[in-house]
Design a protein around this ligand. Structure first.
Ligand code: NDP
Length: 269
C-alpha cells in the first residue's frame, strides 16, 4: 500500500524473519514490524530463550496485528550451530505461502564477545571460532539458505538487513571480536548486494542502544576511554531506546531508497 505521496505505508504481505528477537533491539523490531505487515503475513522469530519468545508471541497475539491474524512462529535455537540455522529455515518454509510478496530477513542476533581483554590474550582458536560462528558465519549461512529456499520470481521482493554497528567501520581497543565480526558481516552483505542487484540489502548500524549488550559493554570494557564514553552517555541519558532506532530502520525500509549494500548509521538519517 502507498500513501498519496507514493510512499509505502506497509511492508507488504511478508514473510519476515528476525533473529535475536527474544530481547533488546530484535524484540522491539518484531513489535514495530508486526504493525506494518499486511494480513496473510508471517513473522518468524528466533533466539535461544524459548520463554522470552513465548512472551513475545503472547504480546503480539494481543496487538492489532495479532488480532488481524498475523502468524507468529517461534524458533528456540542456538544460531551459532548448524542445527539452529536449519531450524529457522524449516520454520520459514512452513510459514511461507504463495500469497507472500515480500521476504524480509533481519540478521540481528549477535553477541559482544569478551571486551575485558586485549588482542594478545586471544590465543585460543576455539574461542574465536565460536564467536565468529554466531556473529559472521551464521548470518551468512542463514541468508544463503533463505535465498535458496525463496529464489527470485516475478512479484516477490526480497530484502536482507544486517544489524551492523559503528564497530564495523571504527576500531575500538579491547573489542577485537566484536569489531572484526561486525566488519566481516558488513562485507558479507556488501558482496551480496554486488552479486544480486534484484535484492535489497542494508547494513544498518542502530546507534548505542539501552540493552543488555550495552550494559555488559559498560561494565566489562577493558579500554578506559570506551568505558568512560559509554558510561557518560548512559549517565546523561544519551543512549537510545530500541524503539527510536527501530523507527529509523523502518523509515529506511518503507522509503526503500538506500543504495543496496550501504552501511547506514542511525545518526546518518
Ligand atoms: P542483546 O544482547 O540485548 O540481544 C541479543 C539477541 O541475540 C538476543 O535476542 C539473544 O537471544 C540473541 N542471541 C544471542 N546469542 C544467540 C545465539 N547463540 N543464538 C541465537 N540467538 C542469540 O543485544 P542488542 O539487542 O543490543 O543487539 C542487537 C543487535 O544490535 C546485535 O547485532 C548488536 O551487535 C547490534 N548493536 C547493538 C548496539 C547496542 O548498543 N546495544 C549498538 C550497535 C549494534 P538469546 O540470548 O535468547 O539467545
Amino acid at each position: 500500500m502507498s500513501s498519496p505521496a507514493g510512499r509505502r505505508t506497509d511492508l507488504g504481505r511478508a514473510l519476515c524473519v528476525i533473529t535475536g528477537a527474544s530481547r533488546g533491539f530484535g524484540r522491539a523490531l518484531a513489535v514495530e514490524v508486526s504493525g506494518l505487515l499486511k494480513p496473510g503475513s508471517a513473522l518468524v522469530v528466533a533466539a535461544r530463550s524459548a520463554e522470552d519468545l513465548r512472551t513475545l508471541q503472547a504480546d503480539l497475539a494481543e496487538s492489532e496485528a495479532g488480532r488481524a491474524g498475523l502468524m507468529v512462529q517461534r524458533v528456540a535455537a542456538d544460531l551459532g550451530e548448524q542445527q539452529g540455522v536449519d531450524s529457522v529455515v524449516r520454520a520459514c518454509k512452513e510459514a511461507f505461502s504463495e500469497d507472500i510478496d515480500h521476504v524480509i530477513l533481519v540478521n540481528n542476533a549477535g553477541s559482544l564477545g569478551d571486551v575485558s581483554r586485549y588482542i594478545p590474550s586471544f590465543t585460543d582458536m576455539a574461542e574465536v571460532n565460536s564467536y565468529m560462528s554466531l556473529n559472521v558465519i551464521s548470518p551468512l549461512c542463514l541468508t544463503a539458505s533463505i535465498l535458496q529456499a525463496f529464489p527470485q520470481r516475478p512479484g516477490l521482493r526480497r530484502t536482507v538487513v544486517n544489524i551492523s554497528s559503528l564497530c564495523a567501520v571504527q576500531p575500538f581497543p579491547s573489542w577485537v571480536l566484536y569489531c572484526t565480526g561486525k566488519a566481516g558481516r558488513d562485507m558479507t552483505f556488501r558482496v551480496l548486494a554486488e552479486e544480486d542487484p534484484d535484492l535489497r540489502v542494508l547494513n544498518y548500524a542502530p546507534g548505542p542502544l539501552d540493552t543488555a549488550m550495552m550494559r555488559d559493554a559498560i561494565s566489562t570494557a577493558a579500554d578506559p576511554t570506551i568505558k568512560k564514553t559509554y558510561g557518560d552517555m548512559h549517565a546523561k541519558g544519551e543512549i537510545l531506546t530500541c524503539e527510536a532506532s527501530c523507527t529509523k530502520l523502518i523509515k529506511l525500509l518503507l522509503e526503500d531508497t538506500y543504495k543496496s549494500g550501504a552501511h547506514v548509521d542511525f545518526y546518518d538519517i
